[in-house]
Design a protein. Structure first.
Length: 68
C-alpha cells in the first residue's frame, strides 16, 4: 500500500514546482528540473538496479534473441 501511495504522490512537489515556475515565466528552470529528474532516475535508479542484480545473481548476460 505504501508503494502505491509513494508512486502516486511522489512527484507532486515536482509538479507543483513546475506549475509555479511556469506561471512565473521560468521555463529554463522547469526544463533543467525535468532533465535533472530524468538523469537522476536513469543514472541512480537504473545503476543501483544493475549493481544489486549483479551482487545477487553474479555476471548477468542478456540474450539478443529473447526480446525478438
Amino acid at each position: 500500500m505504501t508503494g502505491v501511495v509513494q508512486s502516486a504522490l511522489g512527484n507532486l512537489p515536482e509538479l507543483f514546482f513546475g506549475i509555479f515556475a511556469l506561471r512565473a515565466g521560468l521555463v529554463g528552470v522547469v526544463q533543467a528540473a525535468l532533465i535533472g529528474s530524468i538523469l537522476a532516475n536513469v543514472l541512480l535508479v537504473l545503476g543501483l538496479a544493475f549493481i544489486v542484480g549483479g551482487l545477487k545473481h553474479g555476471t548477468q548476460r542478456f540474450s539478443a534473441t529473447a526480446p525478438g
